[in-house]
Design a binder for this molecule. Sequence first.
Ligand SMILES: O=C(O)CCC(=O)C(=O)O
Ligand SMILES: [Fe+2]
Length: 303
Amino acid sequence: MNEYAFSTLPPLKAPLETPVQSSAQPNWNALKGKIRDHFVRNPVLKPQIKENEARVRQLEQLGMVVIEDLLSREEVTALAQRLQPTIVDCARNRLTQNFRHTRWPHYGRFRVFEIHEHHPEVMEVFSHPTVTDLVQSYMSQQGALKTTILELRVQPPSWDAALVDLYPHCDHIYREVKVFLALEDIEMKHGPMIYWTRTHLDGEWRRLPDYLFSIGGVWSESHIMTEMAIDSLMGRHPEFQQTQRVACVVPAGSLYIVDTRGLHRAGFLEGGHRFQIYGEYAMRGYERHGIPCKDHFQPLNLG
Ligand SMILES: O=C(O)CCC(=O)C(=O)O
Ligand SMILES: [Fe+2]
């Protein structure tokens, strides 16, 4: 029998109690000011490296940029070969205790964190002068590398179960940058990241998503921007007039650099797999962390 058949639902329990109204709600208008302040206090700076000028401009305007061929074919192939046993062990759940990792076999996603501690050579990417200059200019010299991650995506056993992994979302309400290096070619069929350009900019459309994210609890987890809502905004909202839905398709050895404050999601992986490393940069003073919240199901007060 279908596991979602009605007959398998548990019997109805007593109605839920009306939640108690909390008087100390996080303030909707105060958040608006905090976000504006974040941008005013941390302007994008002019890079030191000339070739980065256009890249920084693109990152600032669109929220994403590609750097082609940071590593040569030979270099990236050698790096991928050295990293492969670690991710295969992760996928097979054979990693030893000294690896911090997360496995989502239902989604076909596997991650090993702090990969630079096991393979220091990956820092050649994240401390590469071009990358550092670009990230720090964009982040107003306030960028801090939080972690480095090795990641593999494969075909999930059921796309129905893996659908939750494909939802559009913003990682944070403040600027946050991820620098991805493709260890193998990322083609359309490999489920590239989908990014909606210019959605990292401040705008009226972000008020509710940012506010909900900021208050913690279930609303932080809600990621209310469905693809239908985004399509609708792109069709009619002035703030979305120039927004484009971009697939981060890049050859092995290239980087795609994304402000994950903007809307993005993983792409549908039709064939093969996607193999990459990435570094996650937060702005000092604006790091993402669990938001303390007394009532996970807190009622909203939008007054
Ligand atoms: O796998 C992807 O392309 C998206 C992952 C994601 O949402 C992220 O790294 O923040
Ligand atoms: Fe994300």
